[in-house]
Design a protein around this ligand. Structure first.
Ligand SMILES: [Zn+2]
Length: 348
């Protein structure tokens, strides 16, 4: 229990309005100061979460992201500005700089890395709660495996267009992601924010709900058994709460087969030697619909289909999609960048 001389106690003035809440209080504020949250992905959702957590006084934030900032991020990623883009900063680094300016009393630890089966357990180990700020299902299923294996709560969140989804996963006390969505969606059928668009207000609503869920977990607020899937539509101002149940047959939390963590599921990535290219293979049999992909990608760059492959060029990168679902990203040997480009344009 911190005393008034405890150096780790948060300064009172900063948090008076929050500590005045019945659901937080002075003791709750100290609990937050002693808490650690990992934010996986620092794009729209993750940067929103990180800022709210920093302002709320969560004592230690671990920020993980594989990407660098681009101008189009500024439409919805409120933590960043034009200087960050000009400097070409990784999102995790830019977020850390801004968060330290917002709250110098907390510890912010940026980690510029691709979340993989090899590092996900280490990344989430120090955290009391993990927040999903990712933009692809491949990473979410990996995170679900790692969190269930470690018995660590995490809050799923997704946004597309003007809609969003939030669900808190408490391993052992309710359903996991695979109880509700047993398999990732077929990547090539899935619209992405780049092809479908995203409204910043939808991001903020989802991020705010995810952080609220995280605070409830950190403060040990009584939570009902089971779980709720929140489906938000910011354009129409509607929110639906659907009760979701755990399934004993769930391969992840029921049978404890961590297929994504152990590489039995999930795409594989290979740097192609001498080719200055990265190949990303789908997790299973896949047959991309080139016509649908052409329609989605045409407004975003140059698309060409030659009967064998689909080629897409945007900015200074070229991607080649094969009939078996493999994607070759040309002009880079950076696997994190290649995975990011494929998640953005082709689907996770
Ligand atoms: Zn499950």
């Amino acid at each position: 229990m911190p005393t008034e001389h405890d150096e780790t106690a948060p300064s009172d003035a900063r948090y008076t309005r929050q500590a005045a809440l019945d659901v937080v209080g002075a003791q709750g504020q100290r609990v937050l100061a002693g808490s650690t949250v990992a934010v996986i992905g620092c794009g729209a959702l993750g940067s929103t979460q990180a800022e709210l957590l920093a302002r709320a006084g969560v004592g230690r934030l671990i920020l993980v992201d594989r990407d660098v900032l681009e101008l189009h991020n500024l439409q919805r990623q409120l933590l960043f500005d034009e200087r960050d883009v000009r400097e070409g900063l990784p999102k995790a680094a830019a977020a850390a700089r801004r968060l330290r300016a917002i709250n110098s009393e907390i510890a912010v630890e940026p980690c510029v890395a691709d979340v993989t089966a090899a590092n996900v357990a280490d990344l989430i180990r120090p955290a009391d709660v993990v927040l999903d700020g990712t933009d692809n299902f491949e990473t979410r299923y990996l995170l679900n495996d790692a969190a269930v294996q470690a018995g660590k709560p995490w809050v799923y969140g997704g946004v597309l267009g003007t809609d969003g989804t939030v669900m808190t996963i408490r391993p052992g006390r309710g359903p996991c992601l695979r109880c509700v969505f047993p398999d990732p969606p077929e990547p090539h059928l899935l619209p992405t924010c780049e092809t479908h668009g995203v409204l910043a207000t939808a991001v903020l609503w989802v991020g705010a709900l995810q952080v609220t869920e995280a605070l409830r977990l950190l403060l040990h607020h009584p939570l009902p058994a089971g779980a709720t899937l929140h489906a938000l539509d910011v354009w129409h101002g509607t929110a639906r709460a659907v009760a979701v149940q755990r399934h004993e047959a769930c391969p992840c939390c029921g049978q404890r087969r961590f297929e994504f963590l152990h590489g039995q599921r999930g795409s594989s990535v290979a740097v192609l030697c001498g080719r200055h290219a990265v190949q990303i293979s789908p997790e299973g049999p896949s047959a991309p619909d080139f016509d649908a992909l052409t329609r989605r990608l045409a407004p975003l760059g140059a698309v060409a289909v030659n009967g064998f492959v689909l080629e897409f060029s945007a900015a200074d990168r070229r991607m080649v999609v094969f009939p078996d679902g493999r994607v070759l990203v040309l002009g880079t040997t950076d696997t994190a960048e290649a995975r990011s480009l494929v998640a953005k344009y082709i689907g996770s």
